[in-house]
Ligand binder design. Structure first.
Ligand code: GDP
Length: 424
C-alpha cells in the first residue's frame, strides 16, 4: 500500500513533519524527485534536523529509506547528510539508492551559478544546487546514471565526450576555466566508492515489498505550484512535484498509490521569484515570518527569508486537485493564534473579473487578491489533541478553508513535533 505526502503550494508546507509522523507506521520512505535544493525540517527526540536529500524516515530503525531514480543525486552531499545525523546520535539509517538515479556533477553546480550571474536581475532565483542543469542534461541524454560509475570504459568515454561540449560553453559563454577530464574521472571514482554500499535495484525491491503488503511512503519535495507542467512556469523547479510522478521517480505502478496526503500550511510562504497573489509586505509580513514555522520562516537549505502571505484558497484548491488529494494535512495552525483577524484569499481579480480557478502564468501575473476576513482565536492551541477542544473560531477557520478548497482536512498540525497532531 503506497501513500504519498506532497505539497499543495510553493513548498515548505511541513511535509517533513507529516512524513516523519506517518513513518512511525511505515516500512519504506522514498524520495522520488528533486534534489538537495530544498529542505525538510524535522523535530524529534534526537533534536532538530534539516534534511535535504535523505528521506524523512531516517530517524526510525524499522524504516528502509530510498533515494529513487527521479532524484537529482548529489553524492558527497548525501554522504555529509548521513554523517551529520549519525554524528548527532541517530543510528546509521537503512538506505538504498537507485542504480538508475542520476548524479549531480560538479559542473552542474558551476553552470547553475554562472547562468544566474549571466542572467543578473532576470534570474529564476535558483538555489544554485545544480538542479536545472542536472535535469536539462538528463533529458538531453547526457546525464550519468549511478550504474555507469561501475563501468570504467563507458565512464571514461562519456566524460570525454560530455566535457568536449561543456568546456566550449565554460570558456566561450561564461569565460571560465575548462574542466580537465582526468580530474573529473578521479572525482567520479570517489563518488563510486562512496555510493557503492547503498546501490540497489529499487523498483524490484519496491515491487516485492508492495506484494508483501508493506506500507510505503512517497515523500514529495516542494509543491504543486513548483511543478514544471502545472505550476507557475517558468518560476518552477525542474522535476515534477506531483504524487503521480511518484510512480515514475520510484518505479512503482501508478495504481499502487492509494492515498495522497496533501500538505497545506495555514498561511502562505514562498521562496524564489514568481507571482504570489496573497503576498503581504512590511511589518505584517515580518511578524508572520518571525512567528512562522518553528523558529521563523527562513529557508531550510539557504537560510533565505521566505516571502509571506495569507492562505490562498484559489492556489490551494488547484494544488490539491492536481495532486489527486485524498486527505489534506493542515499545518502550522498554531502560529496564527496571535491575530485578531485573519484575512484569507478566496478569489483572484483578473481584468476586472473574479475567479476561484487558478490561472495560467500570464494571467496569474495580473491577478489581485480578493480577501475575506475571519475572526482570530487569540490563544495558544499547542497541546490540544481533540478537534472539539479547538476554539470555535479556530474550527471555523479550518471549516471555511475546507469548504473553499473542496478536499477533506483529516489532519491538523498544531506544533512542530510528531505528536502535535489532531486527527479528524
Ligand atoms: P517541508 O519542506 O514541507 O517539510 O517544510 P519545512 O521544513 O519548511 O517545514 C516547515 C517548518 O514548520 C519547519 O520548521 C517545521 O518544523 C515547522 N512545522 C511543521 N509543522 C508545524 C506546526 O504544526 N506548527 C509549527 N509551529 N511549526 C510546524
Amino acid at each position: 500500500m503506497v501513500k504519498a505526502v506532497v505539497g499543495a503550494n510553493w513548498g515548505d508546507e511541513g511535509k517533513g513533519k507529516i512524513t516523519d509522523m506517518l513513518a512511525q507506521d511505515a516500512d519504506i520512505v522514498i524520495r522520488f524527485q528533486g534534489g538537495a535544493n530544498a529542505g525538510h525540517t524535522i523535530v524529534n527526540k534526537y533534536g532538530k534536523f534539516a534534511l535535504h536529500t535523505l528521506p524523512s524516515g531516517v530517524f526510525y530503525d524499522h524504516v528502509t529509506n530510498i533515494i529513487g531514480n527521479g532524484v537529482a543525486l548529489n553524492i558527497p552531499k548525501v554522504m555529509d547528510e548521513i554523517k551529520g545525523i549519525v554524528d548527532r546520535g541517530v543510528p546509521m539509517p537503512k538506505l538504498k539508492i537507485s542504480n538508475r538515479a542520476q548524479i549531480v556533477m560538479p559542473y552542474h553546480i558551476l553552470f547553475d551559478q554562472y547562468e544566474e550571474e549571466r542572467l543578473g536581475g532576470k534570474s529564476f532565483g535558483s538555489t544554485k544546487s545544480g538542479i536545472a542543469p542536472f535535469y536539462s542534461d538528463k533529458y538531453a541524454k547526457i546525464g550519468f546514471q549511478v550504474s555507469e560509475l561501475f563501468d570504467e570504459d563507458t565512464l571514461k568515454d562519456k566524460v570525454q565526450s560530455v566535457l568536449a561540449v561543456k568546456n566550449i560553453l565554460l570558456e566561450n559563454l561564461y569565460h571560465k576555466p575548462a574542466i580537465d577530464p582526468a580530474e573529473l574521472l578521479e572525482t567520479l571514482h570517489g563518488y563510486r566508492d562512496m555510493v557503492a554500499p547503498y546501490v540497489a535495484d529499487v523498483s524490484k525491491f519496491l515491487w516485492d515489498a508492495e506484494k508483501e503488503g508493506k506500507i510505503i511512503l512517497l515523500e514529495g519535495q516542494l509543491g504543486t505550484l513548483k511543478d514544471p507542467d502545472h505550476g507557475i512556469y517558468p518560476m518552477v523547479t525542474s522535476s515534477s512535484t506531483l504524487a503521480a510522478y511518484g510512480a515514475i521517480g520510484a518505479g512503482i505502478p501508478p495504481y499502487a498509490i492509494k492515498q495522497v496526503v496533501t500538505v497545506c500550511k495555514a498561511y502562505s510562504s514562498a521562496v524564489g521569484a514568481g507571482a504570489f497573489v496573497s503576498e503581504i509586505f512590511g511589518d505584517e509580513a515580518d511578524e508572520l515570518r518571525r512567528r512562522g514555522g518553528d523558529g521563523g520562516e527562513y529557508g531550510a537549505t539557504t537560510g533565505r527569508p521566505r516571502r509571506m502571505g495569507w492562505f490562498d484558497c484559489v492556489a490551494s484548491k488547484y494544488g490539491c486537485r492536481l495532486q489527486g488529494t485524498t486527505d489534506v494535512a493542515f499545518t502550522v495552525l498554531d502560529v496564527l493564534g496571535y491575530l485578531d483577524e485573519i484575512p484569507v484569499c478566496t478569489g483572484y481579480e483578473i481584468n476586472g473579473k473574479v475567479t476561484d480557478e487558478f490561472p495560467v502564468t500570464v494571467e496569474l501575473e495580473k491577478a489581485k487578491p480578493v480577501l475575506e476576513t475571519l475572526p482570530g482565536w487569540k490563544c495558544d492551541i499547542r497541546g490540544i489533541k481533540k478537534y472539539e477542544d479547538l476554539p470555535e473560531n479556530c474550527r471555523n477557520y479550518i471549516e471555511f478553508i475546507e469548504k473553499r478548497i473542496g478536499f477533506p482536512i483529516t489532519m491538523i498540525s498544531n506544533g512542530p513535533s510528531r505528536d502535535d497532531i489532531i486527527y479528524r
